[in-house]
Design a protein around this ligand. Structure first.
Ligand code: BG6
Length: 483
């Protein structure tokens, strides 16, 4: 393969929200850090009639709206000189031929290309097929990578069909299925924390861990995305991808190396070890007022919150419950993973009025990025113990600088050809294999897990607390400020 550095980033869905909100700010920031290839261009492809200039201005407005703190007029002017716009319809073959012609004319010779599908999912297959038909995927000159956005299918069947359609045109090494949670610094840090240290891994198993909790709460409601959301619901929107990816990072076995496939083998192995989830171990709920939002069906049964208990049948985790929950319109935005350790076999101390707490390790993904460890300490001048918190915060240890947005890292990796932080087809299908029966079960046997209600701004339905209470456990909060 040619070693050219010249790279073209083609964005399908160039005038959409994702492009303005995430992709362009990420590329601009990487440009500012000199991380893009020396010779690069961004080509936006969309249906609207726009001049290059009008498109650049649209992107600038997006920067000002979504990433104003990173905006710098002079740097922006340099950056947008690399941006072009081509009008085209995603279903029309001749438009791809034109695009290819345009790209070949702009590229000095052999060049690499990243095709980014920032469109609605119904266009993923047509785009891939058209790229194949227009002979735009062969890697004779430079590499050709394709980035596939979520949602990746809406069930196992459609995810398989999408994988097959992609594999008819691209080889797996060319495909980058994005899950932006994997690009978050703190999600990446889970593997560093586990495998760059020696003291945690020996206790990271059923002998010491009582249970694991993954909480991804959002304070926003469905807002202007109600049309999409009402068709998707929280399981497709958050669990099949983000929560199960976090689960696999926390629970996977150590990979033999930090190479993409070594990591992805272990992640897929973990997901296939998860036992089919019992409907009685699931909770679904909808926030009050959801059905009044524009775009939501009148008596919609779509859950905006879910909680579930699952088990991984392997040597490390046999018998340890994993509790997952996520929802919208909740009290706070918070993503955290709690490792709750077993209590000591004998407690010989008195404890204060808050009770005796087991050791709790909190991996705080956002917004309080860091790690907390709760342990018991002797209260001075007393005989009792009290829980205290040992805290690490990114901002304290690494300065106040903003953590890079997930898309920055993911776009650079897709350009570099590092797929470690992208989801492989087997993991996607394994995740659907777990979620599909829940979605079907809720439809076919609604009484097995009735749709509960919760108030906006609350921590979710009482049923989610009951899911843990029946095991004698409670949801833990380890991240954020403590009293
Ligand atoms: C997206 C979901 O994948 O993740 C959204 O479609 C959700 O519904 C978002 O709000 C949450 O991402 P983040 O990075 O804000 O936690």
């Amino acid at each position: 393969m040619n070693e050219t550095q010249e790279t073209t980033i083609v964005i399908f869905g160039a005038t959409g929200d994702l492009t303005r909100r995430k992709l362009i700010p990420a590329l601009f920031n990487s440009y500012g850090k000199n991380r893009l290839p020396d010779e690069f261009r961004v080509v936006g492809f969309s249906r609207r009639q726009l001049s290059h200039e009008a498109y650049r201005e649209q992107l600038r407005q997006g920067m000002l709206e979504f990433a104003a703190e990173a905006y710098d007029a002079a740097k922006w002017a340099d950056f947008v000189s690399h941006v072009r716009y081509i009008k085209g319809d995603l279903n029309t073959p001749v438009n791809y031929a034109n695009l290819n012609q345009y790209l070949q004319n702009s590229e000095a010779g052999a060049a690499n290309r990243l095709y980014y599908m920032a469109t609605a999912p119904r266009f993923f297959v047509p785009i891939v097929e058209q790229l194949g038909a227009a002979d735009m995927v062969s890697e004779d000159g430079g590499w050709r990578h394709v980035v596939v956005e979520k949602p990746f299918g809406r069930d196992l069947h459609s995810a398989r069909a999408l994988n097959e359609a992609i594999h008819r045109v691209f080889q797996e090494h060319q495909v980058y299925r994005i899950d932006h949670y994997l690009g978050k610094e703190t999600a990446q840090n889970i593997l560093y924390f586990r495998f760059a240290n020696t003291i945690f891994e020996p206790v990271w198993n059923r002998n010491y861990v009582d249970n694991v909790q993954i909480t991804v709460t959002e304070s926003v409601d469905v807002g202007h995305r109600a049309g999409y959301y009402d068709q998707a619901g929280v399981v497709r929107d958050m669990f099949q991808n983000h929560l199960l990816q976090l689960l696999s990072l926390v629970a996977m076995e150590p990979p033999a190396s930090f190479a993409a496939d070594a990591i992805r083998n272990e992640k897929a192995k973990l997901l296939t070890a998860v036992r089919p989830i019992d409907l009685a171990d699931t909770v679904r709920a909808q926030y009050d007022g959801y059905c009044e939002a524009e775009g939501v069906a009148e008596h919609s049964q779509t859950p905006t919150f879910a909680a579930m208990r699952l088990f991984a049948d392997n040597w490390r985790w046999q018998g340890v419950p994993f509790y997952l929950r996520s929802g919208k319109a909740l009290a706070k935005k918070n993503t955290e993973i709690i490792i709750e350790f077993k209590k000591p076999p004998i407690i010989m101390f008195e404890f204060d009025e808050d009770g005796f707490s087991p050791n709790i390790l909190s991996l705080c993904v956002q917004p309080d990025e860091g790690i907390h460890l709760k342990f018991e300490a002797k209260i001075p001048d007393a005989r009792q113990t009290r829980s205290v918190d040992m805290e690490f915060h990114y901002r304290d240890s690494f300065g106040d600088g903003r953590l890079p947005d997930a898309y920055e890292r993911l776009l650079l990796d897709a350009i570099k050809g590092d797929a470690s932080l992208f989801t492989r087809s087997d993991s996607i299908e394994a995740a659907w294999r777990l979620m599909d029966p829940i979605l079907q079960g809720w439809g076919q046997r609604p009484q097995a897990s009735p749709l509960a209600a919760y108030a906006s701004g609350s921590w979710g339905p009482a049923a989610a607390d009951a899911l843990l209470a029946r095991d004698g456990r409670v949801w833990r909060h380890g991240c954020g400020e403590h009293d």
